[in-house]
Design a protein around this ligand. Structure first.
Ligand code: ADP
Ligand code: MG
Length: 139
């Protein structure tokens, strides 16, 4: 089924000029980038976005990291886009990520791991709506 997922190219990736290389992996996997914008995430946006992790010890560090440099927010579309993107992203910790995945190729460590991808279709809808209006998504 064709569906959409939400992606962020994180500060550690934009700082190292990896936007194009990561987009090449995304497009090479058959996912279409149907919306994309480079933004400076505000502290309020980062806190809301990662609210589910607010009790975790790394929450403050995570919010700090996400607001430290520009990010690229994206909507990806394709067959089973949510699961497919999680697969090509690789494990959260790059040391555990499979060969050829974005995190294995590019991530610095478990915190600065280059990309975000939604973990369910429900969260994808909520996350997309936090950053894009429907008319900004061109499939
Ligand atoms: P994922 O991004 O793979 O869905 P989580 O939802 O578990 O992973 O965590 C959200 C983000 O929080 C991670 O991508 C990473 O940037 C950060 N994070 C997760 N676990 C840790 C950790 N143990 N130490 C530091 N940062 C972490
Ligand atoms: Mg997650």
């Amino acid at each position: 089924m064709t569906e959409r997922t939400f992606s962020i190219l994180k500060p550690d990736a934009t700082e190292r000029n990896l936007t194009g290389k990561i987009n090449a992996v995304i497009e090479g996997a058959g996912l279409r980038i149907v919306a994309q914008r480079r933004i400076r995430m505000t502290e309020a946006q980062a806190k809301t976005f990662y609210e589910v992790h607010k009790e975790r010890p790394f929450y403050g560090e995570l919010v700090g990291q996400m607001t430290s440099a520009p990010v690229v927010v994206q909507v990806l579309e394709g067959e089973n886009a949510v699961a497919k993107y999680r697969e090509i992203m690789g494990a959260t910790n790059p040391e555990q990520a499979a060969e050829g995945t974005i995190r294995k190729l590019f991530a610095k460590n478990v915190g600065e791991n280059s990309v975000h991808g939604s973990d369910s279709q429900d969260n994808a809808k909520l996350e997309i709506a936090q950053f894009f209006t429907e008319d900004q998504i061109v499939g």
